[in-house]
Design a protein around this ligand. Structure first.
Ligand code: C5P
Length: 286
């Protein structure tokens, strides 16, 4: 049996820089990963099968287009594998929530099944499969903090940043990514990656504050609860930044130390019992 962690991906900032003729938007985003996420396990099987477990497993079972099975089928085809696999997904992250759950699961499936089937697909080819599954799948396959451009296929390693902790908060409302993009109007933003590693937490936060998430307003217009989530996070003690990830509805708060993140998590969970709220550490840049 092979196990693969599928971490939550967080867009620390997200600029929409343009729109391609095929309707996809070009982005400039600093994407990082948390030490909370889903878990994929694979074991030998005659056919391809998927068992869903975990707190959000039931919600996902209503989705017939599960990205995990799509990833497995594409890999089997490219690798010319005739045997199957039994896949188990422990779904800890909320569905359609802007922290890449489905993309992370698909990427983890590609890693785990290559190991199980003993096939290592060349990087350009596996990256192509990843992108065909979704714009966030290539960066989830890569797994390191990076600036992401194009629609998700241009990956540039991010500089090192100081140790950072966070809370992730979701109000329990699924948000449709295409609808949020469709709802975005107005001019485009410039790409704004930074090269020099920020020396301390404050300079890291200052750099992030000069940037933003262009999908926040269109997401709030569709799901007003996001505003309440951002406010609740911003109010917590020693919160350095409160922002939405991806197309929402999950928002994050950043903190200098673990204690502050855990205190914020406890405070938000106490007041907003129906919200999903966890504290986590940002996985460091390599
Ligand atoms: O690639 P993914 O399946 O995550 O994208 C879902 C939808 O979100 C796309 O069909 C597109 O409408 C929109 N999208 C976009 N630009 C991106 C990523 C997603 O317009 N870079």
């Amino acid at each position: 049996m092979i196990s693969q962690f599928a971490p939550a991906k967080i867009n620390l900032y997200l600029h929409v820089t343009g729109k391609r003729p095929d309707g996809y938007h070009t982005l400039d985003s600093l994407i990082v990963f948390a030490d909370v996420g889903d878990q994929i396990t694979v074991s030998p099987g005659k056919d391809l099968s998927l068992t869903l477990k975990g707190p959000f497993g039931d919600t996902l079972s209503q989705d017939p287009n599960n990205l995990v099975l799509q990833a497995a089928k594409k890999l089997a085809e490219i690798a010319n594998v005739s045997t199957g696999a039994h896949i188990t997904l422990i779904k800890n992250l909320p569905i359609a929530s802007g922290i890449g759950g489905g993309s992370a699961d698909a990427a983890a499936t590609l890693h785990a099944l290559q190991e199980l089937w003993g096939c290592e697909i060349e990087k350009p080819e596996i990256d192509k499969i990843a992108l065909s599954l979704g714009a966030d799948v290539p960066i989830c396959l890569d797994g390191s903090p990076s600036f992401v451009g194009g629609i998700g296929e241009e990956i540039t390693r991010a500089p090192k940043f100081p140790k950072t902790w966070m809370v992730l908060v979701n109000p329990g409302i699924a948000v449709s990514t295409p609808t949020v993009f469709k709802n975005r109007h107005g001019s485009f933003s410039k790409a704004a990656p930074f090269i020099k590693p920020p020396q301390d937490s404050q300079s890291f936060i200052d750099l992030l504050k000069e940037r933003h998430n262009d999908l926040t307003d269109p997401a709030i217009a569709l799901t007003p609860e996001i505003e309440a989530v951002l406010e609740a996070i911003a109010k917590t003690k020693n919160c350095l930044l409160s922002r939405m990830s991806g197309s929402g509805a999950t928002c994050f708060g950043l903190f200098k130390n673990q204690q502050d993140a855990q205190t914020a998590q406890a405070e938000i969970s106490r007041i907003h019992k129906a919200w999903w709220c966890v504290s986590a550490r940002l996985m460091p840049a390599q």
